[in-house]
Design a binder for this molecule. Structure first.
Ligand SMILES: Cc1cc2nc3c(=O)[nH]c(=O)nc-3n(C[C@H](O)[C@H](O)[C@H](O)COP(=O)(O)OP(=O)(O)OC[C@H]3O[C@@H](n4cnc5c(N)ncnc54)[C@H](O)[C@@H]3O)c2cc1C
Length: 292
């Protein structure tokens, strides 16, 4: 029986565990060996090589530099400069290449107005037809993330933005309506965070049913969206109901399914993360691979 999801997630997202593993002789190198299945590399160039490889397989990519919950303004400003550099490089990359970002990496909790300025500048720097997809963080950040996305969308940039909505959160049907109305691309996920019961449905069937209902709602609206799940039953149910909807996977998760989908002309996009802060991302994916 899998370890209780809350215990496992608290364990894998703990800083002390990361410090302990990194401090072991060879600890970091051994962890990296395992993590590199899910991580494109430490540099932007590593990530862009993966993007080109996926493109040759008929698969699109969204490139994301690891980073979240930044509390130092210098770090968030450096991240914003890195993203502007990446946005500038997209013109040389396959046309379906997008960016991905967590707004707390751009300083959402330090200075929301500056964060919105960074997001708008990145969106403006994108070549025509590209988007920057904003990640969904824990429920305590959802209001701030949504406000920032809607603020930037209202600056005439909705067509260059994507937002992520978590099926497990009780609030998501309302948030989804607002994003659809604003014309922002929606990426639907189950939700990676362990959340309190007054904010979220439990993992498992209640979240899966919510995912299905939300997917059918957004599909019926005609808004641009993607199903970001490795759950084959949910994916096939929506594809059967609505035809070729874009499906998103995380890099390294069920790559054989990515190939199979591309082979039957289902549009597929892979989230390609890179950078130095890979440790806890890797452990989350490891926990999910064990069914947590
Ligand atoms: C492109 C993308 C972007 C995402 N962005 C966000 C976000 O911004 N915010 C957020 O909260 N969550 C995000 N998620 C994560 C999501 O919320 C889930 O935590 C994660 O996708 C696992 O749920 P699942 O839908 O794949 O279903 P699950 O029920 O967890 O898994 C379905 C099947 O896939 C297999 N599987 C799942 N994960 C793995 C793995 N790591 N290795 C091997 N097999 C695996 C399972 O074993 C199971 O058979 C994102 C997911 C994707 C695909």
């Amino acid at each position: 029986m899998p370890l209780d999801r809350t215990i496992l997630f608290n364990l894998v997202t703990s800083k002390p565990l990361e410090r302990a593993v990194r401090a072991l002789p060879q600890g970091e190198a051994l962890a990296w060996q395992q993590a590199s299945r899910y991580v494109a590399g430490r540099s932007a160039d590593d990530a862009l090589r993966v993007v080109e490889r996926l493109h040759r397989q008929g698969v699109a990519a969204s490139v994301d530099q690891f980073g979240e919950m930044v509390t130092d303004r210098g770090v968030s400003e450096r991240a914003a400069r890195d993203y502007l550099g990446l946005a500038g490089r997209l013109a040389e990359l396959p046309p379906r290449t997008w960016l991905g970002v967590d707004l707390t990496h751009l300083g959402l909790h330090i200075d929301p107005a500056a964060c919105a300025g960074h997001l708008a500048a990145i969106a403006e720097a994108l070549p025509e037809g590209r988007r920057v997809q904003v990640g969904a963080e824990d429920h305590a950040s959802t209001d701030a993330v949504l406000s920032c996305v809607l603020d930037v969308a209202a600056r005439g940039l909705a067509g260059r933005l994507g937002a992520t909505v978590q099926a497990n959160l009780h609030r998501t049907p309302r948030d989804l309506d607002r994003l659809i109305e604003a014309g922002v691309h929606v990426r639907l996920v189950k939700g990676a965070y362990v959340e309190p019961a007054d904010h979220a449905l439990p993992y498992g069937e209640p979240t899966n049913l919510a995912f299905l209902r939300l997917a059918l709602t957004v599909a019926a609206s005609g808004a641009p969206f993607a199903l970001a799940t490795h759950d084959g039953v949910l994916r096939e149910a929506v594809l059967a109901a609505h035809g070729p909807v874009e499906v998103e996977h995380l890099f390294g998760v069920c790559p054989e399914v990515v190939d199979e989908l591309a082979g039957r002309d289902v549009p597929v996009r892979v989230y390609v993360p890179y950078g130095h802060n890979w440790f806890r991302y890797w452990l989350r994916r490891l926990a999910e691979s064990r069914g947590a």
